[in-house]
Write a protein that binds this ligand. Structure first.
Ligand code: PLP
Length: 383
C-alpha cells in the first residue's frame, strides 16, 4: 500500500514539527498556571501573551482583541450568543445556508428561542449574493454571521464587502474564518468585522485551541463562567501547551510565503484536472467560484461517496465526503443541496483537501488510481 496520502486537511492538518517542539516544554516541565502569582506561573502568563501577539499578528489584530478558546466551534458559539446577549431588543439574525454545523446549530437554536433567522441561499457555484444580504438588513438586525471559506467546497465569500456593508448599517458581523486562516491573507485592520473565529488545527497547529477576535469596544458576554481568564470573556485555566502551539503555528503561517500557497494551489489544480481528464462523469462543485488554494470537491455522478472513500482508504488515501460530521450519513451535504447540485452528483461528492506537506507524486498517484477504482465501483453498483 505504501505511505499514507493525506488529502483531508480541511478536517485537520498535520502539526508542523516546530509547533510540536514549541509545545513540548509546556507538557513537561513548564506546567505552571498562568493565573498563579509566583514566578513559575507568571512565566506561563508571559508565554500565553507572546502567543496572543503571534495569533493577533496572523490577522492584523491587536493582542488585546484575541480571546483563546477550545477551538472554532466554541469561538462561533461565543461570538453569536455572546453578542446577542448584549442587545436583547434586537431579534433578527442573518446567516447563510452553507455554514459549518457549529453556526447552523446555534442559529437553529436561536430560531427555537424566538429569533428570526434569515438564511441566505447561494448560487450553483456556492457564491453568496452580497446585494441580497444588504437587502435583508433591518433596524432590528443584531448580527450577521457568515463564513469566509467553505469547508466542503473551498468557495470564498466576499467578506470584505460584507464587512463594509455591515459597518455602514451599524450591524455586528461575525466571520467564521476557520478554513480561511493560513490560506488567504486576513487583515482585520482593512476589514471592519466585529468578530472573527479561527482554529489552530486547521493551519498546522494543535487541536482543541482556537481564537476569537473581538474588535475593541464590541461587547460580548461570556458563555463559560468561571475565573476571570481572558479578560472575563472565557473562564477556565488556559490550555497553555495548546495556546503556545497555536502561537507557533500562527507565526509560521504568517511568515509562509505566498509561494507556498501557490504551490498547494497548483497541486490542487493538477489533481482536479487529472481526475476530470480521466473520469468523464466527474464534476467539480464550485469550480468556477473563487476558492481557497487547497480544496476541490468532485462529484462522481451515479456513485456513492461512502463507497469511494472506503476504496480510497484501502489504497492509503484519506479524503472526505463533505463535512466530517456528515460522513456516515447517506444524505447529501447541506452545502451541495444549497448549491442545487444534481442529486446523482451530490451523492458521489468527494472532498480532497491538500496542504503544504503534500507532493506532486502523491497527486499523480491518486490521479492514476482513480479510473480503475471507479470502474470497480461502477461494476459493483450495477450488480
Ligand atoms: N468552521 C468551519 C468552517 C470549519 O471547517 C470547522 C471545522 O471543520 C469549524 C468551524 C469548527 O472548528 P473546530 O474543529 O476547531 O471546532
Amino acid at each position: 500500500m505504501g505511505e499514507l496520502i493525506y488529502f483531508d486537511n480541511n478536517a485537520t492538518t498535520r502539526p508542523r514539527p516546530e509547533v510540536v517542539e514549541a509545545m513540548l516544554p509546556f507538557l513537561r516541565q513548564e506546567y505552571g498556571n498562568p493565573s498563579s502569582v509566583h514566578m513559575f506561573g507568571q512565566r506561563m502568563r508571559h508565554e500565553v501573551e507572546l502567543a496572543r501577539e503571534k495569533v493577533a499578528g496572523l490577522i492584523g489584530a491587536r493582542p488585546r482583541e484575541i480571546v483563546f478558546t477550545s477551538g472554532g466551534t466554541e469561538c462561533i458559539n461565543l461570538a453569536v450568543r455572546g453578542v446577542l446577549k448584549t442587545q436583547p431588543q434586537k431579534r433578527h439574525v442573518i446567516t447563510s445556508a452553507v455554514e459549518h454545523s457549529a453556526a447552523r446549530k446555534v442559529c437553529d437554536l436561536l430560531g427555537d428561542e424566538g429569533y428570526e433567522v434569515d438564511e441566505l441561499g447561494v448560487d450553483q457555484q456556492g457564491r453568496l449574493d452580497v446585494d441580497e444580504l444588504e437587502a435583508r438588513l433591518r433596524e432590528d438586525t443584531a448580527l450577521v454571521t457568515v463564513m469566509q471559506a467553505n469547508n466542503e467546497t473551498g468557495v470564498l465569500f466576499h467578506v470584505e464587502r460584507i464587512a463594509d456593508m455591515c459597518q455602514c448599517h451599524g450591524v455586528a458581523l461575525h466571520v467564521d474564518a476557520v478554513q480561511a486562516a493560513g490560506k488567504v491573507p486576513i487583515d482585520i485592520s482593512k476589514m471592519p468585522v466585529h468578530l472573527l473565529s479561527i482554529s489552530a488545527h486547521k493551519f498546522h497547529g494543535p487541536k482543541g485551541v482556537g481564537a476569537l477576535y473581538i474588535r475593541r469596544r464590541t461587547r460580548v458576554q461570556p458563555l463559560i463562567l468561571g475565573g476571570s481568564q481572558e479578560r472575563d470573556t472565557r473562564g477556565g485555566t488556559e490550555n497553555v501547551p495548546g495556546i503556545v502551539g497555536m502561537g507557533a503555528a500562527a507565526e509560521l503561517a504568517a511568515r509562509q510565503e505566498a509561494g507556498e500557497n501557490d504551490r498547494v494551489r497548483s497541486l490542487r489544480d493538477r489533481l482536479e484536472a487529472g481526475i476530470c481528464a480521466s473520469v468523464p462523469f466527474a464534476h467539480v462543485n464550485g469550480g468556477e467560484a473563487q476558492r481557497i488554494c487547497n480544496t476541490t470537491n468532485i462529484g462522481f455522478e451515479g456513485l456513492e461517496a461512502e463507497a469511494i472513500l472506503i476504496l480510497l482508504s484501502e489504497n492509503g488515501v484519506c479524503a472526505s465526503s463533505g463535512a466530517a460530521c456528515s460522513s456516515g450519513s447517506l444524505e447529501p451535504s447541506h452545502v451541495l443541496k444549497a448549491m442545487k447540485i444534481d442529486e446523482r452528483i451530490a451523492h458521489g461528492a468527494i472532498r480532497f483537501s491538500l496542504s503544504l506537506f503534500n507532493t506532486q507524486e502523491e497527486v499523480d498517484r491518486v490521479v492514476g488510481m482513480m479510473p480503475e477504482l471507479l470502474t470497480r465501483l461502477t461494476v459493483l453498483s450495477r450488480g
